[in-house]
Design a protein around this ligand. Structure first.
Ligand code: BEZ
Length: 222
C-alpha cells in the first residue's frame, strides 16, 4: 500500500531510518534547517553516482542556504558505505558529508510514493524514481519533483528553486522564467496598485500588453 501523495504546503511526516551515518529521526536530524531529501533507484548505478557526487560538491551551496541534504536508496547501510567510496573516487572528493538512508525494505519509498512502476530490478521489484522533496524549517513540504530513473537531476536548478522559495516567502514578489539570484522579479498579482510605492520604493516597471491589463509588473530583486 502506498502512502497518501504529499502536496506543497503539507506537513512532511517525520520518520526514523537507518542511514550511512547511523539511525536518525528525520525532524531531530533537520534541527532548525531546511532539508532536501532525494531518492535513487539503487546503489552502484551510474547516474546515481554522478548525482550523489554532485550534491557532495555542492554542500557549501546548500549550507549557505541553510539546507541539509539527505539521499535515499533502496539498499543496505553496508552497501551504501561501499558505494560512498566509489562516489568519492568518481567526484574526486576528500569526504562525503551527508547521510544516505538505507531503504532496503522500501518502507519510505512506499510511504512517500517514490516507486517507479516502469523501473523493475532483476528480481521484478519496482525501483524508486528520482524524487526530490524540499522541506522547510517548519517541516512543511515546499517543493516536490519526480524524475524517471533514466534522467539525472540538475542540482543547479534545485538550488535556484530554493533561492526562489526563500526569497518569495518574505518579499511580495514571484520569480519569472529562468530567473536567477539577483535577477528581476515580478510583483505579486495580489499586490494592490496603491501598496506599490510602500512595498517597492525604488519603483516598478509595468509592461504594456494587448489586453490592456497591467498585471506584468517588474521590479529589481528586493
Ligand atoms: C542509473 O543510476 O544509472 C540508473 C539506475 C536505474 C535505472 C537506470 C539508470
Amino acid at each position: 500500500m502506498s502512502g497518501k501523495a504529499l502536496n506543497i504546503g503539507d506537513q512532511f511526516p517525520n520518520f526514523t531510518a537507518e542511514t550511512s551515518e547511523g539511525r536518525i529521526d528525520f525532524y531531530d536530524w533537520m534541527q532548525d534547517s531546511w532539508a532536501i531529501l532525494f531518492s535513487h533507484p539503487a546503489d552502484f548505478t551510474p547516474v546515481c553516482t554522478t548525482e550523489l557526487s554532485r550534491v557532495a560538491a555542492l554542500i557549501p551551496e546548500f549550507q549557505k542556504r541553510g539546507v541539509k541534504p539527505i539521499a535515499l536508496s533502496c539498499d543496505t547501510v553496508k552497501s551504501h558505505k561501499g558505494w560512498i567510496e566509489d562516489i568519492k573516487s568518481f567526484g574526486k572528493l576528500s569526504s562525503f558529508d551527508y547521510p544516505i538512508i538505507a531503504d532496503d525494505k522500501r518502507e519510505l519509498a512506499l510511504k512517500f510514493n517514490m516507486l517507479d512502476k516502469d523501473e523493475i530490478n532483476a528480481e521484478g521489484i519496482p525501483l524508486t524514481c528520482r524524487a526530490v522533496f524540499v522541506v522547510d524549517d517548519k517541516k512543511k513540504l515546499r517543493l516536490s519533483i519526480l524524475y524517471p530513473a533514466t534522467t539525472g537531476r540538475n542540482f543547479d536548478e534545485i538550488l535556484r528553486v530554493i533561492d526562489s522559495l526563500q526569497l518569495t516567502q518574505t518579499k511580495s514578489v514571484a520569480t519569472p522564467a529562468d530567473w536567477k539570484q539577483g535577477g528581476k522579479c515580478m510583483v505579486l498579482p495580489t499586490v494592490k496598485a496603491e501598496d506599490v510605492p510602500k512595498l517597492f520604493p525604488d519603483g516598478i516597471e509595468t509592461i504594456e500588453l494587448p489586453s490592456g491589463k497591467s498585471y506584468l509588473r517588474i521590479t529589481p530583486q528586493p
